[in-house]
Structure formats: structure tokens, C-alpha cells
Design a protein around this ligand. Structure first.
Ligand code: AFP
Length: 338
């Protein structure tokens, strides 16, 4: 039986979003619909991974020095192939590629896309949630092939952002600046149906997500904040830890249940002196989503993530993201006010 919720498909929602902009040409709608197809293809492969001889390492390391898994390669190729000839994108950037990725000549469109094809690679082989994250901007250059400057725009200029999480079910969450909606893939019909309309992140929570193994490297600001959450205070109950190790999965959990995720700078950082997470492919798109859902995303020195103008494609950024009151409390510690 068709449940009430199976009424609204992701394509219909994308069309409805377009109707809010009478000046829209349908290009963004086309782009998002192509991304949905890429997400379905990747989801099918992830579900079959143990059988399709696609688990394990590819034998390559990426520009971040991380081992590239075979599924990373598959997801990256899938998105690039769909985007390069969808006719709506002028240039791309992927967490897995050193440089900008051109689109096919004659297919240049008005948008740019930056994406992390498969976030949480180390969880691929063990059936833990992983996901694709994307960030879309309008191009700055006039026409033809886009360039790196088209991609190096601050997060506040994003026209759409989202992720597809491959977990116990496959869920796509996206925003075009009019709220955040989540869609669950029904594999029996191959369609995403609206399952989480107008997501609002709880104002405060009982959960924090951080890699606590790094506690001995933390600055006092991070240590004191986490201690405060763990102890509780007055009306605030002690918080519990939830850390999956795939940002997209930790973020999704916190978006739905409430929580705060941190990946701050620490004393050991060295080459990761800006933390680990990437501004273009991870922090900026998730920041747009969290703000649209009523939450906040800042750096560990209190800058709004969406205001940061990237100076290179693979820029890293310290990230504190989640429920508004939790992030505000973190900010007080980071600014030395506690
Ligand atoms: P991988 O894609 O290499 O697994 O990295 C995932 C990630 O960038 C992000 O998704 C996690 O939140 C973070 O790394 C986990 O990093 P730690 O292992 O240092 O906690």
C-alpha cells in the first residue's frame, strides 16, 4: 500500500523549490536531478560492495595523503561522469582530485559543484554509514569552461548543498535555501520519497561528537568545553558521546537528534594546523544545511564557517557544528569566556 509519505518524490520537491524562484531557468533543478541519479548508482554499489569485489584499497593516496578505497574511486567517477555532461555545470572540484575538473566542451552550464564523493572511507569495509556531500555555487565567470575562482567562493554564496548518506537506508538531505528536507530511497521502486520534511535541529542536545582519542593534544578551550558537557551543570544534564568517524553520519545523527560535532585544532596538528576537515567539500555544505535547520557552524576561533572565503581547493578548517545552544556554549569556551 502506498503510504501518505510516499506521495512526494525528491524530483517533485526540487521542482517545488524552483517554483519559489520565478526567474529560475530549470538548470539547478536539472543539476540536482542528475545528482539524485548519481546517488542511486552509488547507493546500489555500496549495498552490493561485499559481492561486487569493490571493497578494499585502490592502491592510491589522494592529495590529503589518505588511502583511496575502490569505492571512493567508483563514487568519484560516477559523479564526475554525470556532472560533466549534464549541461548545468561549468567546473567541478572533488576531494579526491588535486585540481579542478573540467566539464565536456559544449556542455558548460551556469553552476559549479564541489563534492566529497564518499566521506568516511575508513568505514567502507565495515558496513558503517558513509556518504556523498555536495556544494553548489553559481559561476562567477561569464561563459565557457569555468575556472578555480568560480569554485573558491564562500559558503554563504551556495545556492544548494546536501548529502546522501548510505546507512541502514539511503537518505538524501538537501537545501536550496528554503529549509532542509530529507528523502529516503525506496529500493523496491528506485525512488527517493520525502521522509523528513522541514528538518529543524533541536536547539540543544545531550550528545557530543568528537574523537576523544586526541584529548591529550587538545587545547584547554576544547578540553574545558567537553568536560563541561560531560559533567552537566544546573539544568543541563551530562552529555553522552557519539562518534562514528564519518562526518556525514555524525552530522546526520546530530541534525535529527540534536548534538554538537567538533574537530578543532590541537597541539599536535602540524600539517593539520587547521584541523582535518575540508572547507569546500565538508564544512561549508554542512554549515549551510545546519543554519537552514536552525543550528550553527563556526571555527574554533568563533568565525562563521559560511563567511570564510577559501584560498585553495583543499583548504582545511576547524569545525564546531550542530545544535545552536551547544555551539554557542562551545564558542564561549573557544573565546576564553569560560
Ligand atoms: P576518511 O574519509 O579518510 O575516513 O575521513 C573521514 C573524515 O574526514 C570525516 O568524515 C570524519 O569525521 C573524520 O575524517 C574522522 O577523522 P579522525 O579519524 O581523525 O577522527
Amino acid at each position: 500500500m502506498l503510504s501518505k509519505r510516499k506521495g512526494i518524490t525528491v524530483s517533485r520537491q526540487i521542482m517545488d523549490d524552483q517554483r519559489l524562484h520565478p526567474e529560475a531557468t530549470g538548470e539547478l533543478t536539472g543539476l540536482l536531478n542528475d545528482l539524485v541519479v548519481a546517488g542511486k548508482i552509488i547507493s546500489a554499489e555500496v549495498n552490493m560492495a561485499g559481492l561486487a569485489d569493490i571493497l578494499g584499497q585502490s592502491g592510491r593516496t589522494n592529495i590529503q595523503g589518505e588511502t583511496v578505497q575502490k569505492l571512493d574511486v567508483f563514487a568519484n567517477q560516477t559523479i564526475k561522469r554525470r556532472m560533466e555532461q549534464c549541461g548545468h555545470v561549468c567546473v567541478m572540484a572533488s576531494e579526491e582530485d588535486d585540481d579542478i575538473i573540467p566539464v565536456l566542451e559544449g556542455y558548460e552550464g551556469n553552476y559549479t559543484i564541489a563534492f566529497d564523493p564518499l566521506d568516511g572511507s575508513t568505514n567502507i569495509d565495515v558496513n558503517v554509514s558513509i556518504g556523498t556531500i555536495f556544494s553548489i555555487h553559481r559561476r562567477l565567470s561569464a561563459h565557457g569552461q569555468g575556472n578555480v575562482h568560480d569554485l573558491l567562493q564562500k559558503g554563504a554564496e551556495q545556492v544548494a548543498a546536501g548529502y546522501i548518506i548510505y546507512g541502514s537506508s539511503t537518505v538524501m538531505v538537501y537545501t536550496t535555501g528554503n529549509g532542509v528536507h530529507g528523502f529516503t530511497l525506496d529500493p523496491s521502486v528506485g525512488e527517493f520519497f520525502l521522509s523528513h520534511p522541514d528538518i529543524r535541529i533541536p536547539e540543544t542536545s545531550l550528545y557530543y561528537s568528537v574523537n576523544e582519542a586526541y584529548a591529550h593534544h587538545w587545547f584547554d578551550s576544547t578540553r574545558n568545553f567537553i568536560e563541561c558537557l560531560k559533567k552537566g551543570d544546573g539544568d543541563r544534564k551530562p552529555y553522552s558521546l557519539r562518534y562514528i568517524g564519518s562526518l556525514v553520519a555524525d552530522f546526520h545523527r546530530n541534525l535529527i537528534k540534536g548534538g554538537v560535532f567538533l574537530y578543532t585544532r590541537d597541539k599536535k596538528s602540524g600539517e593539520k594546523s587547521e584541523g582535518k576537515l575540508r572547507l569546500l567539500y565538508e564544512a561549508a555544505p554542512l554549515a549551510m544545511i545546519v543554519e537552514q535547520a536552525g543550528g550553527l557552524a563556526i571555527t574554533d576561533d568563533g568565525r562563521r564557517i559560511l563567511d570564510i572565503v577559501p584560498d585553495n581547493l583543499h583548504q582545511r578548517v576547524p569545525l564546531i557544528i550542530g545544535s545552536r545552544q551547544d555551539v554557542e556554549l562551545a564558542e564561549q569556551f573557544m573565546r576564553g569566556g569560560q
